[in-house]
Design a binder for this molecule. Structure first.
Ligand SMILES: C[S@@+](CC[C@H](N)C(=O)[O-])C[C@H]1O[C@@H](n2cnc3c(N)ncnc32)[C@H](O)[C@@H]1O
Length: 239
């Protein structure tokens, strides 16, 4: 993707999330049948994050993963949630104060493609359901790998492509055709959700994404598929 296309994609994605922010949490539950919560809980256990540690949640949106990280690191730790949609961050800020973790979390309006942090800063750098949305996946992974400390982990949870073809076709039918209709009926936003599924078309499958983690200098890289591969966890350690 050349720079003009990258800028166009970023502007478009930005406008989508600015417009759906108020409905995002509700739709997230509907779309994944609430499964994203179990996937995140499993991921947190695999990460082994402990009280007092630091984490950066890239493209944090309305902050569900940011909050889970803050509840685990506790008052001795520090979590930064970064996103380029102020409307998503504003909803996140409200939830963070409701959960009383605002002393642990700092929200930052910033770009995942150019993280405003020094090399080797965080114990964990996470990205949830957002790698599909960024202009250049490898740039974002390189940035995440740059700011994580040696021995720290870069973690992605993302929609994926089920390896078993008949099941994949069924999932695509849901994701490409039914999901935008659900968005139309529930929140009257068809276009925004008609585009989101398409973001999967050019997205790497779980093996290809693991290779991109390795290219970012992460090794070893663990992969776990959820529900036959409709979502995947990738976790890479910085040597
Ligand atoms: C599908 S939401 C995921 C939000 C959250 N991580 C979660 O798991 O619910 C994708 C988020 O990525 C953000 N985003 C997309 N591209 C970005 C970029 N280049 N820089 C920062 N945030 C970005 C959007 O604003 C949106 O909040």
């Amino acid at each position: 993707m050349n720079q003009t296309h990258q800028r166009d994609k970023a502007e478009f994605v930005h406008s989508v999330f600015e417009s759906i922010a108020a409905d995002y949490d509700k739709m997230n539950n509907v779309i994944s049948f609430g499964s994203h919560i179990a996937w995140r809980n499993y991921t947190m256990k695999q990460m082994g994050i402990k009280p007092g540690q630091t984490a950066l949640d890239v493209a944090c949106g309305t902050g569900d993963w940011t909050i889970a990280l803050a509840q685990t690191v506790g008052p001795e730790g520090k979590v930064i949630g970064l996103d380029f949609s102020q409307n998503m961050l504003d909803i996140g800020a409200y939830k963070i104060s409701q959960k009383k973790v605002d002393n642990i979390v700092t929200l930052v309006n910033g770009d995942a493609m150019k993280l405003p942090y020094e090399d080797n800063t965080f114990d964990f750098v996470t990205i949830g359901f957002a790698l599909r949305n960024v202009p250049d996946i490898q740039t974002v992974l390189n940035e995440m790998a740059r700011v994580v400390k040696p021995g720290g982990k870069v973690v992605s949870l993302e929609v994926s492509k089920p390896p078993f073809k008949p099941y994949r076709q069924l999932f695509y039918l849901y994701f490409y055709k039914i999901l935008p209709l659900i968005a139309k009926w529930t929140i009257n936003k068809y276009e925004q959700y008609a585009w989101l599924p398409q973001s999967l078309t050019n997205f790497p499958d779980s093996r290809e994404l693991a290779t991109m983690f390795q290219k970012a200098g992460l090794d070893p890289v663990q992969v776990k598929l959820f529900m036959g591969g409709v979502a995947a966890l990738h976790m890479g350690t910085k040597p």
